[in-house]
Design a protein around this ligand. Structure first.
Ligand code: HEC
Ligand code: HEC
Ligand code: HEC
Ligand code: HEC
Ligand code: HEC
Length: 663
């Protein structure tokens, strides 16, 4: 209970101590080859593999990194600070040198801000890394959490963030599809992953979409989906007719995918829309007005989709668009049908004025309008080359109004986005030729909206915020008795905060890709959807953000005596009785409905060693609400005096070895 109180105290002190100027994370300044770059990191942690650039804006080679900011201590008192590092690392606290190289030191922390400055020099050989941890008499060593690291607002950071935003827009909006420059830009498929990503394959459109909405989409995509990456490519007085011609061409000769669906399934679909978290990324189809959470609209679905193809799309949204932001839920056909029924029945009727299109005229346009530059990766030929764009300033696609834009496409850029693109275009663009996984992860967490479902660094998920809407959808069905053992909709989803420290890269990348067959938390109705295209680098970047390598050091084969001790320790007879909550392979948990937990047979391939020990020593330090008991006191001593003389870390290591041995 002491820990719980500590946590409440921590939250309360932070709320009162943080001033308006304190921003989350630390400022990090990188220098290499006489140039510098800055960014904000969540943690005092870094991992740069040998031979890689520390940020996309700097060359590979020798570098230094310097962290600056405040550690906001919840109380005055004695703490320990420790660093694990590849080498040349120095840290000072409140102006006093504290650590030089790897090590651990006892310090007095003031309540509130404590000035942190740390520096590392890239390792001459091998990978460069650093990770800062802390401990007190109340809790064992753990990484200094993102929630207590802050920095002051800073002009250089703002400019660097703007350059980064511009870089991402340039890549995602595919500027290079029309404004090519072989010397300045990376070849397709190399460099920054978002650069040169193909737009959806324009295939089977006539079997999926109704022609009038297709024409409206081509004419003005942002009127249907505000944040679409697709520009309004057709300009001039004739553009509505041209869009109809293109729609006619793209749907010519196709037979709509057959199959009416039973709209009576809509309430079940509505419940799924709430319980699977669609509602965290999408407006309800009957929603009207301005959405406070900026979710993707669904009001046009009945207008757009033939029912049979909608069911197919929901089951495999990446089929024609690998880079899509719509994730793969591995829906059963029945679930997809229910969801489709809900979307089709509840979307609004939109009045469209169909224009008859001419497919032959459309066929000529599809090349000249630049559609295939993005949609088929056709090389740019006709548009102004990049050198001219760089010299042009605010013109063409970067114009603020239609008149000045003239014949250039309209990306519906906001003023901040135009400024960001300009800031990026003022660089040498070399950053497109390389990337940094830690930054990729940060970009994609935003782009793919992981925080729709996951809490992170103390911020609650969108799903939590819109729970009122979800409840209404659930309540549309008659209430059902909860059957013990059936999954529930209101059990917590793991926060994203520590997953980069927790999970092994090989498991995490497969899991994010949707390629792990089992469900770690079968008691949840919610499921993690797959993001196959992005998973590998995203998982690696998460590990790097926590100062961890892709692969953990190889371990010697399990020690038979430890494994035997471990087996005894998880059991009821002379052990901690972990198996009341944790199943072990086929052997079910003995009192699972106390607090369901993950099957130990799955944990070995999931968990990193450091995190395992941190969790078992002090679970509430990671999740204050967890039902997993704490077995060791702050000195690491447990209630079981045997084996290992009651030393928690040794007992838990034996359990880990046992878990690793389970199939
Ligand atoms: C579909 C092709 C296409 C894409 C993609 C595209 N542009 Fe353009 N861009 C054009 C056309 C067409 C013009 C106008 C050419 C003219 O007026 O002769 C233009 C003009 C410009 C100009 C003015 C050039 C000048 O010489 O006046 C700038 C600047 C520009 N684009 C920037 C961008 C940026 C930044 C992006 C990415 C966000 C982008 N463009 C994406 C087709 C494209
Ligand atoms: C600058 C790149 C770019 C250009 C140029 C472009 N598109 Fe797109 N288009 C996209 C992207 C990206 C999407 C995916 C939707 C999104 O991001 O919202 C898309 C989506 C579409 C879709 C919906 C496909 C689906 O399966 O959902 C159609 C149809 C389409 N575009 C047709 C066209 C046509 C026709 C043109 C030429 C007039 C064109 N596009 C020009 C990038 C582009
Ligand atoms: C993490 C966010 C996220 C979640 C969760 C999500 N979607 Fe999507 N979805 C998107 C985005 C973004 C798009 C736009 C397409 C794109 O970017 O490629 C989209 C597109 C769609 C479309 C096509 C829209 C159109 O205009 O044709 C449908 C239908 C859809 N989602 C249904 C669902 C359903 C049903 C669920 C729940 C099972 C769901 N989505 C969950 C992000 C999400
Ligand atoms: C629609 C909601 C939803 C979205 C969007 C979502 N997740 Fe998840 N995620 C979940 C749920 C639910 C679980 C727990 C699944 C289980 O254990 O059965 C989970 C679990 C995870 C796990 C495993 C954690 C563990 O301890 O087992 C990782 C890693 C993860 N998500 C990463 C991501 C990333 C990265 C993104 C964005 C690319 C993302 N998630 C987007 C719902 C979501
Ligand atoms: C009262 C129930 C309960 C008992 C008893 C219990 N745990 Fe847990 N354990 C949990 C819960 C709940 C979680 C978190 C599940 C989640 O992430 O959603 C958990 C998670 C874990 C994890 C992380 C697993 C993973 O793959 O993410 C490990 C390791 C673990 N427990 C070890 C132990 C050990 C060792 C013992 C006995 C010394 C034990 N637990 C006893 C409830 C319990």
């Amino acid at each position: 209970m002491r820990l719980r109180r500590f946590f409440c105290l921590l939250a309360a002190t932070l709320a009162s101590a943080l001033s308006a100027q304190d921003l989350p994370g630390l400022k990090v300044t990188f220098t290499a080859a006489g140039q510098s770059d800055v960014r904000t990191d969540r943690l005092l942690a870094l991992y740069v593999p040998a031979g890689q650039a520390p940020t996309p804006f700097l060359p590979a080679g020798p570098f230094t990194a310097k962290w600056e900011g405040d550690l906001q201590s919840p109380m005055r008192g004695t703490f320990k600070l420790a660093v694990e590092t590849s080498g040349q690392f120095k840290l000072s606290l409140n102006g006093q040198p504290l650590l030089d190289g790897a090590g651990i030191k006892t310090v007095q922390l003031n309540k509130g801000p404590n000035r942190l400055v740390a520096e590392i020099a890239g390792a001459a050989k091998g990978d460069t890394f650093a990770r800062l941890s802390w401990a007190s008499k109340d809790f064992p060593l753990e990484p200094v959490p993102p929630s207590i690291l802050t920095h002051a607002a800073d002009k250089d950071l703002d400019l660097a963030a703007q350059r980064r935003e511009g870089r991402l827009l340039f890549a995602q909006m595919n500027c290079a599809a029309c404004h090519a420059d072989a010397a300045r830009l990376p070849a397709k498929g190399s460099g920054m992953p978002e650069h040169g990503q193909n737009a959806p394959l324009l295939a089977e459109l006539g079997t999926k979409f109704k022609a009038p909405v297709l024409a409206d989409w081509i004419h003005a995509p942002h009127s249907i989906r505000p944040h679409s990456l697709m520009p309004k490519a057709l300009t001039g007085p004739n553009s509505a007719q041209q869009a109809a011609d293109l729609a006619a061409m793209l749907t010519q000769g196709a037979t709509p995918k057959a199959g009416a669906i039973d709209l009576k399934l809509a309430p079940q679909g509505g419940e799924l829309f709430a319980n699977l978290g669609c509602i965290a990324c999408h407006q309800r189809p009957d929603f009207e007005g301005k959405d406070a959470h900026d979710r993707v609209p669904m009001g046009h679905i009945a207008d757009k989709w033939y029912p049979g193809s909608l069911v197919e799309y929901l089951q495999d949204p990446a089929k024609h668009y690998p880079a899509t932001r719509m994730p793969h839920f591995r829906l059963e056909e029945e679930e997809a049908t229910q969801l489709a029924a809900y979307l089709l029945l509840n979307s609004r009727q939109i009045k469209r004025q169909p224009i008859a299109g001419d497919a032959a005229r459309g066929a000529a346009l599809i090349v000249s309008a630049g559609c295939l530059n993005c949609h088929a990766g056709m090389p740019a030929s006709t548009q102004p080359p990049l050198a001219k764009v760089l010299a042009a300033g605010d013109k063409g696609c970067l114009s603020a109004d239609d008149k000045a834009r003239a014949t250039a496409p309209d990306f519906a850029l906001e003023a901040t986005q135009r400024a960001a693109l300009k800031a990026f275009l003022a660089t040498d663009l070399a950053s497109l030729k390389q990337d940094t996984p830690a930054e990729y992860a940060e970009r994609q967490i935003k782009n793919l909206n992981c925080v729709a479902c996951h809490a992170r660094d103390g911020a609650v998920s969108t799903w939590t915020k819109v729970d009122g809407e979800a409840k209404k959808l659930r309540d549309a069905l008659p209430a059902q008795e909860h059957v013990e053992g059936e999954p529930v909709h209101d059990a917590p989803i793991p926060p994203l905060t520590w997953l980069g420290e927790k999970l092994r890269h090989d498991w995490m990348s497969k899991f994010i890709a949707g390629q792990i067959e089992y469900k770690p938390r079968p008691w949840l109705i919610a499921r993690m959807p797959g993001f196959a295209h992005h998973a590998d680098s995203l998982a690696l970047g998460l590990n790097h953000q926590h100062g961890l390598p892709q692969k953990e050091a190889d371990e010697p084969a399990g020690d038979a005596e430890k494994i035997a001790n471990g087996e005894k320790l998880v059991g009821a007879d002379g052990g901690f009785n972990c198996i009341t909550c944790h199943a072990v392979g086929e052997q079910e948990a003995t009192a699972v409905f106390e607090a369901p937990a993950i099957n130990f047979a799955e944990s070995a391939e999931r968990l990193r060693k450091g995190y395992y020990h941190r969790w078992v020593l002090a679970p509430t330090r990671i999740d204050p609400d967890t039902k997993m008991p704490k077995y060791a006191d702050p000195e690491g001593v447990t209630q079981l005096s045997e084996p290992y003389e009651g030393k928690g870390p040794d007992q838990f290591e034996a359990i880990r070895q046992y878990i690793k041995s389970v199939k």
